[in-house]
Design a protein around this ligand. Structure first.
Ligand code: MN
Length: 291
């Protein structure tokens, strides 16, 4: 079966046909999907009823799994519901019960509803993320994506020149503070010390430039905090205008794959009394981004 991709949005996002994500891919199939990622930055695979092991195996066709000692969502190892290699983005605890709205893990998760790029708070930010919809709520819970290449291309010359050499500080703590969640332990503060990321990045295979924004960004080197925060907020507002945004309405067993080097995304509201079980595999990035 040959792979075809149908564009779902004027500037990015493709829906892939002709791939069974449970099976090993040929080199040609891997190359076709990578070319699709370079062009569309977000790919949707429908009707992929996969296990965790199958999702991990599919992901590994495209690189090495991201592997950090500190989880992004402060779920302690002994509290985890899933095995290694796959991250639990559900609202369930390790026993499979819906977590309390006052659970710290829930507070941490809520900040994913701010625009961000996965692991931008890591020294080496993520390449692709793959999210599988295993159980979905009856309402809401869309995932929205914004094309940071198209946003960069649409900037005026003056702004482009202004941001060219800027470097931002990213930390998970900045995005949690943004929703008023600031009760972090000393260990968490130490684990999420800010890292440097350039505000403009160049894609390693396409050479396209993009805005490297994220709600994890909380400072710009050489700028005062208030000016930096306002400028980052302005840029984010610009970059997430409707012409750059696709809102994914989940269907059961969708597998959505995005390039964190070219996009931002955010989760949307749903009724937290309903189960939303989505699971993510993540590929390590290519190296340090700031020179
Ligand atoms: Mn995310």
């Amino acid at each position: 079966m040959s792979i075809s991709i149908r564009k779902l949005h004027p500037v990015f996002v493709g829906e892939v046909q002709g791939v069974d994500c449970r099976r090993p891919l040929t080199q040609q199939e891997v190359a076709a999907i990578e070319a699709g990622m370079d062009e569309y930055a977000v790919l949707i695979f429908r009707d992929q009823n996969i296990t965790d092991e199958e999702q991990i195996a599919f992901t590994r066709h495209f690189g090495e799994l991201e592997n950090y000692n500190t989880a992004g969502h402060i779920r302690k190892r002994e509290d985890q519901r899933l095995g290694p290699g796959i991250a639990d983005f559900s609202n369930l605890d390790k026993h499979g019960n819906i977590m309390s709205g006052e659970d710290r893990v829930w507070f941490f998760k809520l900040a994913d509803r701010l625009w961000h790029s996965d692991s931008s708070f890591r020294p080496i930010p993520a390449k692709y993320s793959l999210l599988s919809g295993r159980t979905l709520p009856s309402w809401g819970g869309n995932t929205e994506f914004a094309d940071m290449r198209a946003a960069y291309d649409a900037l005026d010359e003056r702004t482009r020149g202004e941001i060219e050499e800027l470097v931002c500080k990213h930390s998970l703590i900045y995005s949690r503070h943004a929703i008023g969640f600031s009760k972090l332990t000393e260990d968490e503060v130490a684990a999420f010390r800010p890292v440097d990321q350039p505000l403009v990045r160049t894609h390693p295979t396409t050479g396209r430039r993009s805005l490297f924004l994220s709600s994890h960004a909380g400072a710009i080197l050489g700028w005062t905090i208030p000016e930096a925060r306002l400028f980052l907020r302005d840029l984010t507002e610009f970059a997430t205008q409707p012409q750059f945004v696709y809102s994914h309405v989940w269907r059961l067993h969708d597998l959505v794959m995005w390039d964190n080097r070219a996009t931002m995304h955010r989760a949307r509201r749903f009724d937290r009394n309903e189960v939303r079980d989505v699971r993510r595999t993540t590929l390590a990035g290519d190296g340090l981004t700031a020179q």
